[in-house]
Design a protein around this ligand. Structure first.
Ligand code: KIV
Length: 300
């Protein structure tokens, strides 16, 4: 997939997000939670890599994102940082890390930037978070907003469902997006809202919108990597398009390995190492056990 890098090889930065919107260039964002997935996503030419707090349910086996800690986000972001060269690296601020005041929020965000290597942080909420966003931006920390279905509010929302279904709710979402823009956010995620509202928001603000379940008119699209490659469990929401079935591919590979070990097919002689002939001869003389002398020692 190197050709994608050749087409748009320049590093994606916070200022370049707005330029891309002005030029009408669609951006692509995917999650990554560790070094190998970060390298693959970056090398495939993805513009923004999000270390989402979805790491909680996707990788750590939590029921939702609520239990994810700041230490866990720092740990995963550091791993992703080592695998990313071109994409803009955004890390989620976990639930509880920005809810107790702007000072606590700044301390948490600084860890993600300074210790973990993120280039921007993302937090959930609109108007009610504008003050925190303003504070972080004042501390030189780029912030991505996130409105609509905000998974950290799962208990308040009563589940994961479409947001903004009434005209009042739609107006509130537009106000939220404008409040985030005014507070200095560099982009805003729109999650699971009707496409008409996403289009209106996208046309009404100058920062890029990053849609997930929000229709085709957003400036960027984001998906959870594990959903895209078919490495997740349970029923996927309608906006997920799986381009591969890695769960099936992995299950098949592991089952064949298990079978080969149990039947003695693995490892073959070419997958193991032999003694050098003189050592084999000595061993045979000492022990009476015949050592294999014909294989060469492989360097790898
Ligand atoms: O945590 C996450 O993966 C996210 C995306 C779904 C936007 O917030």
């Amino acid at each position: 997939m190197a050709y994608l890098k050749q087409q748009r090889p320049e590093k994606v930065t916070v200022p370049s997000l707005r330029l891309s919107k002005e030029r009408g260039e669609r951006l692509v964002c995917l999650t990554a939670y560790d070094y190998p997935t970060a390298r693959i996503v970056d090398e495939a030419g993805t513009d923004i890599i999000l270390v989402g707090d979805s790491v909680g349910n996707v990788v750590l086996g939590y029921e939702n994102t609520v239990p994810v800690t700041l230490d866990e986000m720092v740990h995963h972001t550091r791993a992703v940082r080592r695998g990313v060269e071109r994409a803009l690296l955004v890390a989620d601020m976990p639930y509880g890390s920005y809810h107790t005041g702007a000072d606590d929020a700044a301390r948490a965000a600084l860890r993600l930037i300074k210790e973990a290597g993120a280039e921007a942080v993302k937090l959930e909420g609109g108007k009610s978070r504008a003050e925190v966003v303003r504070r972080l931006v004042a501390e030189e920390i780029p912030v991505v907003g996130h409105i609509g279905l905000t998974p950290q509010s799962v208990h308040k929302l009563g589940g994961f469902r479409l947001q903004g279904k009434t005209s009042d709710a739609a107006r509130a979402l537009l106000e939220d997006a404008k409040a985030l823009e005014a507070a200095g956010a560099c982009a805003v995620v729109l999650e699971v809202i009707p496409r008409e509202i996403a289009r209106l928001i996208t046309q009404s603000i100058s920062i890029p919108t990053i849609g997930i379940g929000a229709g085709a008119d957003c400036d960027a699209q984001v998906l959870v990597l594990h959903d895209l490659v078919g490495l997740s469990f349970g029923k996927s929401p309608r906006f997920v398009r799986a381009y591969a079935n890695l769960r099936e591919t992995m299950t098949d590979a592991i089952s064949r390995f298990n079978e080969d070990v149990r039947t003695g097919i693995y490892p073959a002689e070419t997958e193991s190492y032999a003694l050098p002939p003189d050592a084999a001869a000595e061993l045979t003389a000492d022990s009476g056990v015949t050592a294999n002398t014909d294989a060469e020692i492989e360097s790898s």
